[in-house]
Design a protein around this ligand. Structure first.
Ligand code: SAM
Length: 239
């Protein structure tokens, strides 16, 4: 499998992704604002509006990291389980929850490929900027399908490929030149941000990823491109 520009064994990729997020955890929120010019907040708001969390619903926020999606959904009264493979990211998230006086969230360490939850447990499954880091994506999608009840909803927010002419080139130049520099400057970690950019470039395009969601068993799959597809919201239903 690919890790950035390199080919590595699957276990090696999982380990290195772990290192990346352990390394960036304390600077993660600052970097998101710096790299997206604050736009990630708007994408996340939009994403949660699409999810429409209801009071009392059980929602699994997979690869939930420092809690950005979970906090927004908890504000709507849903019961949220935040799962992430990386304890350092969860640690930062729990600290933020405490600071903001948000309680009642469940924080748990989990690999998206092998979930410890029972079948048909959740009303919705969300994963934001997480799936491209997963080593075996089809396996993670099948697990998402397994833990959702019938009528449950799947939502994924992820970078994709913009189809706006000209914009792709500008974005490519920005991401390959400036983002690693920002990583160096703000988080003293150029390599991690090089990996993150390369993982975006290699992620399947919108129709391909939509098909993968269908292959995992979801129906009525849909994709909503933001900024021409620079970011996309994919969704599907379990019936
Ligand atoms: N969802 C949060 C957000 O939108 O701010 C965090 C996104 S962060 C870019 C990606 C997260 O995916 C990291 O916290 C990382 O630890 C997690 N991750 C990577 N591989 C994973 C896996 N196989 N299973 C669960 N989480 C994983």
């Amino acid at each position: 499998v690919s890790f950035g520009y390199e080919e590595v064994a699957p276990e090696e990729k999982t380990r290195r992704v772990g290192d990346v997020f352990a390394s960036v955890a304390s600077r993660y929120d600052l970097m998101n604002d710096a790299m997206s010019g604050g736009m990630h907040r708007l994408w996340k708001d939009r994403f949660v509006r699409r999810v429409k969390p209801q009071p009392g619903e059980q929602i699994l926020d997979m690869a939930g990291g420092t809690g950005d999606i979970a906090f927004r959904m908890a504000a709507k009264g849903a019961s949220i389980t935040v799962a992430d493979i990386n304890p350092a990211m969860l640690e930062v998230g729990m600290g933020r929850a405490q600071q903001r006086g948000i309680d009642g969230l469940v924080w748990t360490e989990a690999n998206a490929e092998v979930l410890q939850f029972p079948d048909r447990f959740f009303d919705a499954y969300t994963i934001a900027f997480g799936i491209r880091n997963v080593t075996d994506i089809p396996k993670a999608l099948r697990e998402a399908h397994r833990v959702l009840r019938r009528g449950g909803r799947f939502f994924c927010l992820e970078f994709s490929t913009t189809q706006w002419p000209g914009f792709a080139e500008v974005y490519d130049a920005y991401s390959h030149k400036l983002v690693p520099k920002l990583g160096k400057l703000l988080a003293d970690d150029e390599d991690s941000y090089r990996y993150l950019i390369e993982s975006i470039r290699r992620f399947p395009d919108m129709p391909t990823f939509e098909r993968m969601i269908g292959d995992a068993g979801f129906v009525r799959t849909k994709v909503e491109p933001l900024l021409g597809g620079l970011v996309a919201i994919h969704s599907g239903w379990k019936i």
